[in-house]
Design a protein around this ligand. Structure first.
Ligand SMILES: NC(=O)c1ccc[n+]([C@@H]2O[C@H](COP(=O)([O-])OP(=O)(O)OC[C@H]3O[C@@H](n4cnc5c(N)ncnc54)[C@H](OP(=O)(O)O)[C@@H]3O)[C@@H](O)[C@H]2O)c1
Length: 285
């Protein structure tokens, strides 16, 4: 049995449907969700939908019954995730799970990325468990740039403070395909994989891709951190969130997302979604 947590989320859902598309019988797939109504379509396809919150050890214990391989999709409640992930891992141990796969963050063990410490702590919990594990250090999603791409096409300007920092982003579908490949592999090789796009890009290069697709000039305006924060707040972003976005851009400027790894396309056997392809998708919506 293959169990996927966070299965009502964007990535988890893609993994569940990817498993079905790869020929895994629906009855052998478990989708763990907080709200089963949000996975009714998966249940209709024969997937076993089980309810559990990461804060509920008893429910997790029941939800993981019969699991051979588990994909733990990292939660979204920043600040609470280490304890939450610990509950899932404890349920995995109690249920004799044979393989744990975890969605971590780029260079989790040596990065200024503000989100990394919770991922690194989870990786350490996984190592302490002693269960064979594959850590998928997922780089940025291309989807993180949806709004900036649309805005750049409309205004002719893309704004940020990540300088010449390169971003090895890939589409969620690429990361989902990699997770599927690991979950269905005959002999998954335990270890840590840095997963990201084959074509790392700067925001100036992303602006050029928008220009090419939109058929208009688009410039990248690189701001100082203070200017960037002021611009975001001026555009209505709450101060905390603006500070967070600026901190992310500073981490990118320092190379946090420039992983230079082709492990993702090697796993899936196909090139990752290019920035140009992704821009085309966004602008054709
Ligand atoms: N690499 C990147 O650029 C990037 C960007 C954003 C996020 N992430 C990380 O990657 C994960 C997956 O991405 P995504 O796009 O699929 O995010 P998402 O759509 O927000 O999905 C997160 C999933 O985690 C579930 N979840 C959160 N807290 C939970 C809890 N306490 N108990 C049980 N389930 C819980 C959510 O359940 P509900 O469906 O009930 O809400 C949802 O299914 C995120 O959670 C985050 O850790 C990475």
């Amino acid at each position: 049995m293959i169990t996927v947590t966070g299965a009502s989320g964007h990535l988890g859902r893609l993994v569940v449907t990817g498993l079905l598309d790869a020929g895994v019988p629906a009855a052998e797939v478990v989708a763990v969700v907080r709200d089963p109504d949000r996975a009714a379509d998966l249940a209709e396809r024969g997937v076993q939908v089980r309810q559990a919150d990461y804060v509920d050890p008893d429910a997790l214990d029941v939800a993981l019954k019969g699991t051979d391989r588990l994909l733990l999709v990292s939660g979204s409640e920043v600040g609470q995730r280490v304890a939450q992930h610990g509950n899932v891992l404890e349920a995995a141990r109690a249920n004799g799970v044979g393989l744990v796969v975890y969605t971590s963050a780029a260079k989790a063990d040596g990065t200024p990325l503000p989100l990394a410490p919770e991922h690194l702590a989870t990786e350490r919990l996984i190592a302490d468990l002693g269960i064979p594990a594959v850590v998928l250090r997922n780089n940025w999603y291309l989807e993180n740039y949806d709004r900036q791409i649309a805005r750049a096409a409309a205004t002719g300007e893309l704004v940020g403070s990540s300088g010449a920092g390169r971003i090895a982003a890939a589409a969620r579908a690429d990361y989902a395909a990699a997770a599927v490949a690991v979950l269905i592999a005959e002999h998954p090789r335990p270890g840590v994989l840095e997963l990201g796009g084959d074509q790392p890009f700067t925001l100036a290069e992303l602006a050029a891709a928008v220009a090419a697709e939109a058929g208009r000039d688009v410039v990248y305006r690189d701001l100082s951190p203070a200017e960037h924060e002021r611009a975001l707040v001026g555009a209505g972003v709450p101060e905390d969130a603006a500070g967070f976005v600026v901190a992310l851009d500073q981490a990118i400027a320092a190379g946090a997302l420039d992983t230079g790894s082709t492990a993702l396309s090697q796993l899936t056997g196909r090139p990752t979604t290019t920035p140009a392809e992704y821009v085309r998708t966004v602008l054709s919506r």
